[in-house]
Design a protein around this ligand. Structure first.
Ligand code: HEM
Length: 395
């Protein structure tokens, strides 16, 4: 008897969740085919639902729940049908607005973007930027600054001309301003509004947006100057392999020979050019909404090649709605900027407190001869030989 009761209890326990899952079906019948409270709750929790009961009944006003029903139509009987048609893109919409996104009135896909932007993206930003700062602090604590080992000569040699320094400082100042104002925009709603309130943040947000949009041009110009000025010195060669194998001498073992830029600096240079270039392009697509179709084209090309299939993934979404194009541009812009900012933190550390004599290179344009011999021995030899024999060129 006890066994039968336990079996019945078990069967009931198993049946209840199944019944709960199937509830939308039954409940839907009671709403005359309209969506139910369960559907809405499941959608809010991000659980995917089979919404064919809505998407496949557009264009038929008869499908709308009767006004007399509890969950029925509020206005004219055709209202729900019209909104469904809007949502699933089957409405014959005409509008006087001629902007590209005017005919997409509802974009369900925007929810995952909003949730990712307000959650995981902010966590990633904190880990990436905070983690890099902590790592640099720990490194400074244990290793200390890289000092000039040998005796200083009191003589200096020219490292960067005024034009190169102008390009560098334009790039640095614009990048720092863009990084700061971009971060304010990214974390504003979640972090700054709760602290400062809507009114104060509103001023900060408007100012940040203005600075960000206008300073972006300076960054693009500086990127071109720096590329033109230094690309010849950043072509990888055999000295880089030796430099990398010895960890740049950062952990002892003496300074490996290097030309004007060592392998570490070449990596920074190419990171700045490639990531900075990508940030510029995605930024331009945000600055001129709906004019670029970078992600749509890229996804379509990747799907044609089948790149994601190689790793066992399905196809990338294509075609993209105009808003989706902007959402991907925003995520890419923010992610790549965060990665480059973390790299630049390390660069700023080494160019200032992390290495004795390094800042002078960009500050005054000249470096102590001994510094040059230790950090860029091949380049120093070239410069000093050319000084002795002015007919030698190509520094
Ligand atoms: C205010 C912070 C910064 C300081 C103190 C700083 C310092 C320096 C110094 C001293 C050098 C010359 C290194 C040498 O003589 O070998 C240099 C080079 C360079 N800087 Fe900066 N910099 C800063 C910000 C930036 C930013 C924001 C960027 C790019 C977005 C950048 C990109 C570069 C590049 C590409 C080079 C040449 C390659 C290299 O030395 O790594 N710098 N910087």
């Amino acid at each position: 008897m006890l066994r039968i009761i336990s079996l019945l209890a078990l069967a009931w326990m198993l049946a209840v969740p199944v019944a709960a899952q199937e509830a939308p079906e039954d409940a839907r019948a009671s709403t005359g085919g309209a969506q139910t409270l369960e559907d809405i709750l499941r959608r809010q929790e991000g659980i995917s639902i089979d919404d064919s009961f809505r998407s496949e009944v557009t264009g038929n006003p008869e499908a709308a729940a009767a006004t007399a029903d509890q969950l029925g139509t509020l206005g004219g009987a055709s209202d729900p049908d019209l909104w469904r048609a809007f949502r699933y893109g089957s409405a014959d919409i005409t509008t006087q607005a001629r902007v590209p996104a005017a005919t997409t009135l509802m974009q369900d896909g925007g929810m995952w973007w909003l949730e990712f932007r307000q959650g995981p993206l902010l966590t990633l930003a904190a880990i990436l930027l905070g983690g890099t700062l902590v790592a640099l602090g720990v490194f400074y604590f244990f290793r200390g600054p890289v000092m000039i080992d040998g005796e200083k000569t009191g003589r200096t040699i020219v490292r960067f001309e005024a034009f190169e320094r102008f390009g560098h400082w334009l790039l640095a100042s614009s990048f720092l301003l863009l990084g700061l104002t971009g971060l304010i925009t990214l974390i504003g709603r979640k972090v700054l509004i709760p602290v400062f309130g809507h009114d104060s943040f509103s001023f900060l947000a408007v100012a940040s947006k203005w600075v960000h949009n206008n300073v972006s041009w300076a960054f693009i110009v500086a990127l071109v100057i720096v590329f033109v000025a230094w690309v010849v010195h950043n072509i990888p060669d055999r000295t880089d392999l030796n430099w990398l194998a010895k960890g740049g001498g950062l952990f002892g073992g003496g300074h490996p020979p290097a030309k004007k830029f060592n392998a570490g600096q070449k990596l920074i240079f190419w990171a700045v050019i490639i990531l900075g270039g990508s940030i510029s392009v995605s930024g331009l697509s945000l600055l001129f909404p709906f004019e670029f179709h970078i992600f749509g084209h890229t996804f379509s090309t990747l799907n044609q090649i089948g790149v994601l299939g190689w790793f066992g993934f399905g196809e990338l979404p294509y075609p993209l709605q105009p808003q989706e194009e902007m959402q991907y541009a925003q995520l890419w812009h923010a992610l790549v900027s965060l990665v480059l900012t973390a790299i630049i933190f390390a660069h700023i550390y080494l160019g200032s407190v992390g290495m004795e004599g390094a800042f002078d290179a960009m500050g005054k344009g000249e470096v102590e001869e001994q510094w040059a011999r230790e950090h860029h021995s091949l380049w120093a030899d070239e410069v000093l030989n050319a000084k002795e024999d002015p007919s030698e060129k190509g520094i």
